[in-house]
Design a protein around this ligand. Structure first.
Ligand SMILES: [Zn+2]
Ligand SMILES: [Zn+2]
Length: 312
């Protein structure tokens, strides 16, 4: 049986979930950012401009991008929302990225807590991501506080090239080991003051391109993340897991605690693993090529896969 998103009909739409324009602290006008992503064959982007009451880097309202929706390219109303109370951030601010946010979403107040803010965002139906956990040393206690988010940003391109703190894998695995069913995203966090775009993205499976369809697929984990390599298929038959991908040097299965399996070599385009050898409740797939490009599946939970099978 194919696993999601490869079991769904439709096509993969490429998009950036986290980026900024001059509506907050980015360099370029919203229209220019959108034309940029469109010109590089993306299908959608998100202008997640900072939402906070500090005019030096943020706006006090959600950026209205409704003029930038075309038949073959859409822009999802988004924001990177801040609230007080984060350790290891110079201004003491949390960073949460929300995609599919209503334009009238209210800025956080000075006494709102991060869990209150997170619940308020989730209630709107937006897709919420814990932004760049490594960039600001998100502690395990802090990760638990925001574990109701849909996803963890496991690759932030701007943080990778600016501070060598762009990973979120440790936070994601910590939450997964605590039985939190969290998804994974890769994004640019582009500001365009330097070449910080086109580094990390998601491929979202939908029947056709619309804001509603992209959000539905994101929330249901019908996508995978990439920095430049493709996963073509992930399939589980009995306990044999098959992965097919573009040429890679490493295909890796990561499970609970430190369990793992891998196939390593040159120009590998498929691998089979016996999941009986992995004592785990979940696993995720990583593909890596010789140029350091990655693709990451979302985590799969064995109880959910077997529940799906019994419903068939
Ligand atoms: Zn941020
Ligand atoms: Zn950002």
């Amino acid at each position: 049986m194919k696993l999601k998103p490869f079991d769904k009909s439709g096509k993969f739409y490429k998009g950036n979930l986290h980026g900024h324009s001059d509506y907050s602290d980015g360099l370029l006008k919203p229209k220019t950012v959108i034309e940029f992503y469109k010109s590089y064959s993306y299908d959608f982007t998100c202008l997640s401009d900072h939402l906070w009451h500090d005019k030096r880097f943020a706006a006090e309202s959600v950026n209205d991008v409704s003029d930038f929706n075309f038949k073959d390219f859409i822009t999802i109303p988004s924001a990177e929302i801040h609230v007080k109370g984060k350790k290891y951030e110079r201004a003491g601010l949390w960073h949460l990225v929300a995609n599919g946010l209503p334009l009238d979403f209210k800025i956080a107040s000075d006494n709102e807590t991060v869990d209150e803010l997170l619940n308020r965002i989730i209630e709107t139906g937006a897709f919420v991501t814990i932004a760049h956990p490594e960039w600001y040393s998100l502690s395990s206690d802090e990760a638990i506080k925001v574990s109701n988010a849909h996803a963890v940003e496991i690759y932030n391109h701007a943080a990778t090239i600016s501070s060598n703190r762009g990973s979120g894998i440790a936070t994601a695995d910590f939450l997964l080991n605590n039985n939190k069913k969290i998804l994974l995203t890769a994004s640019d966090d582009s500001h365009f003051h330097k070449e910080d775009a086109l580094g990390g993205w998601v491929f979202v499976k939908c029947k056709n391109l619309s804001i509603q369809n992209i959000l539905y697929s994101l929330k249901n984990g019908n996508y995978y993340s990439s920095t430049g390599i493709a996963i073509h298929n992930i399939e589980l038959d009995d306990n044999e897991l098959l992965i097919q991908c573009s040429p890679a040097s490493h295909i890796i299965i990561s499970g609970s605690s430190n369990t793992c399996l891998s196939k390593n070599g040159y120009n590998i385009t498929s691998a089979k693993f016996d999941l009986n050898k992995l004592d785990t409740s979940f696993f995720r797939v990583t593909v890596l090529n010789e140029y350091g490009k990655y693709a990451w599946s979302n985590p799969y939970w064995l109880d959910e896969i077997f529940k799906d099978w019994s419903n068939d």
